[in-house]
Each structure stands twice: as structure tokens, then as C-alpha cells.
Design a protein around this ligand. Structure first.
Ligand code: CMP
Length: 227
């Protein structure tokens, strides 16, 4: 990948120096995983940070015999920084939801770059604060009706990863079970609300391309109380 394309795709690198970006691109390794393949395993020792060039992953934590999806991450995002920053084992599994192309940078090189480039360091802190804000907002919504919670999930994913298309914004058609987990509502509630959103014309499911087209992200955000 060209350094310019790299800083355009990844918000983390938008204010990094051109030298930082060029060097990181030159030392990064490319990976491709098919859908359902685990990229990282909970409790394993971590030695790299990953950047999503294309495709989608889920962040999954084991709870007894089952597993819960905590987050869904898409193109332009990163993961695997937690184990690197506090030198502990991986906090969760990260599993490909769709075929995914990743770039990885070794822990040592990434940390070295954070120390060298204060703009990159600051941007990383901002993005981690953003994750904490999302978590706080989700917690605040815990007693809200399921439709409000799902509107928040869809609006948040569209704002972070949505691609403009004719008639709205498109994101990956996330499996109902994962969408339900991330929203903290049941699968039945999730399916029913998705059907209602389709009836209202706010949502189209494009089965062939495995995408959702959201025609009204602004109204979804308002329904979620985001603005
Ligand atoms: N709530 C979350 N939201 C987004 N990403 C997460 C969340 N929890 C864990 N992750 C990512 O999943 C990764 C698993 O490996 P790490 O613990 O190294 O770093 C973790 C984060 O990058």
C-alpha cells in the first residue's frame, strides 16, 4: 500500500508525519483471513498491532461455554493495541466476520514509533478515548427500549465505517447474533426491529453483496439520542 493511501484510510495516521507513515508501511506485513477465521486468541501473548485494510472483524469474549461479541470493527480501524500497551495477554478473540485484509506492525516497532511521533501518540489516545465514550454511551442506553439501542449500534457503525452509495450509506450486513450481542438485546428483538426499519424505508438489505444500506443515518442518530 502507498503511504498516502495508508494515511487516508487509517484515521490513526492522519496527523502522523510522512516519515512515520512511510516507515510503518515499509515494515508492515500483509495478512488475509477468510470469514470465521480467528486472527487473535484471548489470553495469547501479543506481539503485533493490526490495521484493517478491508473487511470486517468481531471482538469476542468467552463467557463460560458461550461467547459474546463486544464490538464489530471495519475498514480503517485497528486492534491488538491493548496487549501491546500494557504488556498483558490478549483481552479477547478477534475473528474475521467477512474475508479481511490486514496489515500488522510488530509491537516493538509500533511502540518505538509512538515514542518518536507525538502527533501519532496523541491521535492514538484520542481514538482510545472515543472507544471509552462509545462504551459509556452504550451503558447509558442500557435501560432504553431495544429500538433505541439498535439505532445507536447502526448509527455508530455507519458513522465509523459507512461508505456513501446511491440512497444512503452502506455497511457490512452483520449477522443478527453479533448485532444483538453488541446492542445487548435479544436476537428476536433485533430481527423484528430490522424488519420494521426495512418497512419504514430506513434500511435495505442487499443479500447479494452482504451489505446493509442505511438511508437515514441522521434519523437513526436522533432516535438513539445522539444528536
Ligand atoms: N470493546 C472493544 N471495542 C473495540 N475493540 C476492542 C474492545 N475490546 C477489545 N478490543 C480489541 O480487541 C483486541 C484483542 O487483543 P488486545 O487485547 O491486544 O487488544 C484488543 C483491542 O484492540
Amino acid at each position: 500500500m502507498q503511504p498516502e493511501a495508508f494515511s487516508e484510510l487509517f484515521p490513526l495516521f492522519e496527523s502522523a508525519s510522512p516519515e512515520t507513515v512511510e516507515w510503518l508501511v515499509s515494515v508492515s506485513t500483509q495478512h488475509e483471513y477468510p470469514a470465521d477465521r480467528a486472527v487473535l486468541m484471548e489470553d495469547a501473548w501479543g506481539n503485533a498491532v493490526y490495521f484493517i485494510e478491508s473487511g470486517w472483524v468481531k471482538v469476542r469474549r468467552h463467557a463460560g461455554d458461550s461467547a459474546v461479541t463486544l464490538a464489530v470493527l471495519g475498514p480503517g480501524d485497528f486492534f491488538g493495541e491493548m496487549a501491546i500497551l500494557d504488556e498483558s495477554p490478549r483481552s479477547t478473540d478477534v475473528v474475521a466476520l467477512a474475508p479481511v485484509k490486514l496489515l500488522s506492525v510488530s509491537a516493538q516497532r509500533f511502540i518505538q514509533t509512538l515514542f518518536k511521533d507525538s502527533q501519532l501518540h496523541h491521535r492514538m489516545l484520542q481514538l482510545m478515548v472515543q472507544r471509552l465514550r462509545l462504551t459509556n454511551f452504550r451503558f447509558q442506553l442500557r435501560h432504553q427500549p431495544p429500538a433505541v439501542k439498535l439505532a445507536n449500534t447502526l448509527a455508530t457503525l455507519s458513522e465509523a465505517y459507512g461508505q456513501p452509495v446511491d440512497g444512503g450509506v452502506t455497511i457490512f450486513n452483520i449477522p443478527i447474533a453479533d448485532l444483538a450481542d453488541v446492542t445487548d438485546i435479544s436476537e428476536e428483538e433485533t430481527s423484528k426491529i430490522m424488519e420494521k426499519l426495512v418497512e419504514k424505508g430506513w434500511l435495505k438489505v442487499d443479500e447479494a453483496n452482504e451489505t446493509l444500506v442505511l438511508s437515514n443515518v441522521k434519523q437513526l442518530s436522533q432516535l438513539a439520542g445522539k444528536g
